[in-house]
Design a protein around this ligand. Sequence first.
Ligand code: F6P
Length: 324
Amino acid sequence: MGKKKIAVMTSGGDAPGMNACIRAVVRTTLHEGHSIFGIYGGYTGLINGELMPLNRHSVSNIIQKGGTFLKTSRCETFRHKSGRRRAADKINEWAIEGLIVIGGDGSFRGAHALFKEHNIPVIGVPATIDNDIFGTDLTIGYDTAVTTALHSIDKIRDTAASHNRLFIVEVMGRNAGFIALEVGICGGAEEILVPETKSDLKKLGDEIKTWSKAGKKSSLIVVAEGDDLGNANTIADKVKEAYNIESHVCVLGHTQRGGSPTATDRVLASRLGFHAVHEFLKGKEDIMVGWKSNQLNTIPLPQAWEKKKPLDKDLMNLYSVLSS
Ligand code: F6P
């Protein structure tokens, strides 16, 4: 096999562990005797021709850092055929033979379109704090986001208990409740509201009343930002209006996206970066690498968004038993 030119980029919302993954891609590629380039600034950078050669020192001292040193973007231009044509022209001009995209489902849709329309070999590596990608039990960044949110929730519990208050804590997840469910269980939440199941104002109001009747002085509701009842502020307003129940709201927001990745995320990112390079060198294209049932996994890239990854039913059941 001749020496190949591979490029790596991060795209979409950043996730802790992206740096560890870039590092693994760079060092694995060099170890196998090929050359590696970084695209700076996601698809926007690709369209603008922001390519840089990387060596093993380019990725020194980054495994512990949150964010992505290659930067990232949500690129509107790339959603259009004309934008993808410009991106493909750059890749061909540079003679890049494979593109490794570290990101979430939106980034994978873009990568797949680049493959279909311009025959660019792409490999997806799942990185999003939401964990909402089929074909992998974990996405890079999820474990860190849960840990970060949990630290905040533990602190909120202290003040909630001191003041006998009800808190509604909003975690990230526009369409997915993975963070909410896990954080809610670990933080001992009385109620967890997720977009995957129908939330009911009356049921929620009745439950809150039951808690206080049962002698509970403080309580915590964890809600995913995309819940059908609304975000934390909306739910607080509804509960106040319908039941005259006061609550305090805390929106954890982008704190969940930052910070040093946990050990779990660093190992996952390293494994997936390594696997992505090897799959490309075996001639695979238009695939996503993942970690499923404690093993490396590979799926056709479109399955990543076409198939729905369900919330863990056992965890849902566990939460309803433990919070009752
Ligand atoms: O997809 C990851 C995520 O953090 C979601 O949980 C959240 O809804 C969204 O990104 C926020 O995106 P942005 O930072 O672009 O506003």
